[in-house]
Every structure is written in C-alpha cells, then in structure tokens.
Write a protein that binds this ligand. Structure first.
Ligand SMILES: [Zn+2]
Length: 447
C-alpha cells in the first residue's frame, strides 16, 4: 500500500469532528470519470499535482454538498497509484447518508471510464491492502456487514441508494465477495508475519528487538510513578483523542495523538500516553498562548541544540512539521528511557545528547530531569495519564454537547439534537460565537 495523509481540515465534516469507534468499512467509488487524486485531495503536496479548478474536497462543502470520506485511492500526478487518508480514521465521516456514518470508515476509489483493466486491478489491490490495514488496526472482520460497499449498505438499510461499487467490480470478474475474501487473505498473511516477531503488542510498527522488555508487565497494572517510560499504553488511540477533545483541545492537538500512537513503536517503544500527556501540558492542549505558537510544530517545548532561555522563542526548536516534532519528542524520551539502539543516528531531536541515556527510565525520574523546577510534575503527569487510560470514548461529550446540555438545563434551549445539528451544520462557522453566548448565559444564571 502506498499510504499518504492529507487531512481535509477545511471540510465541514472535519470541523464538526465527531469521534466514532470504527466498527466497519464501506467501499465507495466516485461515480465520475476522473482517476486523479488531485480532483478530490488538495492542495498539491508535490505528489498530487495542482487542481487548477480548486474543487478538491478540502473546503466546507465540496461541490455544494456536505460530504467527506476517510480516504481516496487513485492516481498521483506521475500516474502511480496511491491511497490518501483524508480524515482521522475514527472521525465520523459523511460518506453514505445513513447510519453507517456512525460506524463505518468510508473511502472512495476514483473511477476512470471503467474500461481499463490495469487501472482497475491496481486500485482494487490497493483497496484490499487498505482494508486489511484498517481491519487489523480496529479489529474489524472482513465480512458482511462490517466490510461492505455503498450499494450493499443501501440493501442493509444503512446507506442511501447508490450503486457503487457493484456497477464496476463485476466488469472485471470481481465482486464484494471476492474483495472480502482477498482482504481476509491479506490479513492472514500479515498475521502470520507479525506473530513471529516477539514485539510489544500495542506497537503498530515493530520496535527494535529488545527495546521494550517491560511492556507486558507495565500494561497489566495501573500506571504509577514507577511506570517505565518505555512501556505499552493503557489508553487506545481513540480514548486519547476523546480525552483530548473532552479537554477542549485544538483540532491540531487532537490530531497529534495519532502521530504519537503510530510512531511510538518505531521510536524506542516509548509509551505514547506519557508523551501525549506531557505534550498536553507543554502546549496547553494545543492552544499554546505562551512563548510558542502552532507554527513551531513543537509539541514539547523542545529547545534548540544550543538551548537557552525560556523567554526567547528563538531558543526553541522550530520543526518542519508535526511528525518531525512528535518524533523528536519520542526520541528524546526514548533516550532518557535507555531504549535499545539509542542515542540514534537519524533523529529530529536537536538535543539528543548521549549523556542523557538511561537517566529517566520511569515517570518519576523522567519528570525530575524534564522539569526539575516543578516538584508536582510527576504526580500531575501520572494523574493525566490515568485519566486518559480510563476514559470510554463513547462517554466523552464534545464541547458543543456540554454547551447545549447546559443551555437545556438552564431552560434556554429545549431540543438537544436540533441544536447540535445547528451548531455542527448551518451555524458551524459561528459555532464558537454561539458557544460563548450560551456559556455566558449559563454563568449568569448560575452565578
Ligand atoms: Zn458511495
């Protein structure tokens, strides 16, 4: 699979940002003869090519419609096939106009003229790989009704009446049944290859051998001050995201969780939950407001190689992007934790000093080195880590829900679902303003 990521952050669906627990996958195809990814995904990242019409889906209502999917499969500008992830996998998509939006990840295969067998087989195989990857990540069975296409969703009463993808697959001897069988086969192959490696269970990328001997033991008990920084996270990615949302974090900060969870395995098998909790402190849940702002892509207050003061922002490291920033943070903790293979040669960590190796192996000792001036740092950190680990994503209310619930309790509004739809739909652009008005009214009424 040739997986890339370009989140459609300007789409109303992304802005609404509802979290789901993915329980299925729905396969779509676009219904228009245009195999180029750039038609739907943009702006150009150098691989996609320029969409001169500017009609890609990274806008509030693409083609005037409330639509958004989790990914697209199609052609890059050089003609090769790629998958682009366009929403966090656990964000509610607007892909099928029915109940499956609450449960299913939905992606589109870009259609061509439906006569080119080579193109079809390439995108079919890419879709098989994508589904195997998602089935593994979210423990989804490649069976009906958890792995279906849009037309099957209609038959099952879960989606609107569309014919994709069964108007296309049979032209080349394929169907959703062959597709499910191919995904199952791909899954059994990955299972066979990964079960041979004795690596940490939570890591999506295999850590270096021997990097996390403590992982299984640490996962078994409640994290405490003695928890190794190299250990498994008790919180799933979706729990961490739900936790962050419940704290009123910025969208950017919520999206960082995925980078922490996905990259921790390849960066010393650091416990992503500890790193993410630290990042919440250091960035004020992504709001910054101190010395730095989002443009630094610095999730942990990392200084430059030369270090310097806490009052001059030029002494803080500016990273090229969030992935570099998060990887630097993970590498820095891995170094403290004494991970195998550290200090590492290729790192974005500007302060990767060999002298730090192994000097902060637990939450307590890491905290002493990280924030020597704050005696409560370790206690606060572990409290947050545990808060994240015990959260049930389904129980977490969005800031909008809290606001509307308050307004209903105050007798200002009556219909919760109606007002959530207004806030997330027609008034999405004014959402913050409406929230402030309602919050102020709530404070006035309740003293
Ligand atoms: Zn569809």
């Amino acid at each position: 699979m040739n997986l890339h990521k370009l989140l459609l952050t300007k789409n109303d669906c992304y802005v609404t940002g509802k979290i789901i627990t993915p329980a299925g996958i729905m396969v779509h195809s676009t219904g228009a003869n245009n195999p180029s990814l750039k038609r739907y995904v943009g702006p150009d990242d150098g691989l996609l090519g320029v969409n001169t019409a500017g009609n890609y889906w990274n806008q509030p209502k693409p083609d005037g419609r409330q639509v958004c999917v989790h990914g697209f499969i199609g052609k890059l500008k050089d003609g090769s096939i790629a998958t682009y992830q366009t929403l966090p996998w656990n964000m509610r998509g607007w892909h099928c106009g029915g109940k499956a939006n609450d449960t299913h990840i939905g992606f589109e295969i870009c259609e061509d003229a439906l006569t080119d067998k080579n193109y079809f087989m390439s995108v079919y195989n890419e879709a098989v790989q994508l589904c195997a990857y998602l089935c593994k990540q979210y423990n989804i069975k490649p069976e009906k009704p958890s792995l279906i296409c849009h037309s099957e969703g209609y038959t099952l009463g879960l989606a609107t009446n569309h014919s994709d993808v069964m108007h296309w697959f049979p032209k080349f001897g394929k169907s959703m049944d062959t597709f499910r069988a191919d995904v199952a086969k791909a899954l059994s192959q990955t299972a066979a290859s990964t079960s041979a490696a004795p690596t940490a269970p939570a890591a999506t990328t295999a850590p270096p051998a021997g990097a996390s001997p403590n992982a299984p033991a640490a996962a078994a008990k409640t994290p405490g001050l003695d928890t190794p920084v190299l250990s498994s996270a008790a919180a799933t990615l979706s729990a961490a995201q739900a936790w962050a949302k419940g704290k009123g974090s910025t969208d950017t900060f919520v999206s960082l969780a995925q980078i922490y969870w996905e990259n921790a395995g390849a960066h010393g098998a650091v416990n992503p939950q500890i790193a993410y909790a630290q990042s919440a402190f250091e960035t004020s849940y992504g709001k910054f407001g101190g010395l730095l702002d989002e443009s630094f892509c610095n999730p942990c207050g990392m200084k430059t190689a030369n270090g310097g003061s806490d009052t001059d922002k030029n002494d803080s490291q500016k990273f090229a992007n969030w992935t570099d920033g998060v990887n630097a943070h993970l590498d820095h903790i891995a170094l403290y934790g004494g991970a195998a293979g550290y200090p590492r040669a290729n790192t974005t960590d500007p302060r990767h000093f060999a002298s730090l190796y192994g000097t902060g192996k637990t939450v307590e000792t890491l905290s002493k080195s990280w924030c020597p001036g704050n005696a409560n740092y370790a206690d606060t950190l572990i409290k947050v880590v545990n808060e994240m680990g015990t959260i049930n994503p389904a129980d977490v209310k969005t800031p909008e829900e809290i606001t509307v619930d308050n307004a209903i309790a105050d007798g200002i509004l009556t219909d919760k679902n109606y007002w959530l739809n207004v806030l997330n739909g027609t008034q999405a652009a004014n959402k913050d303003y409406v929230k402030i008005v309602l919050d102020n009214a709530h404070k006035k009424i309740n003293g």
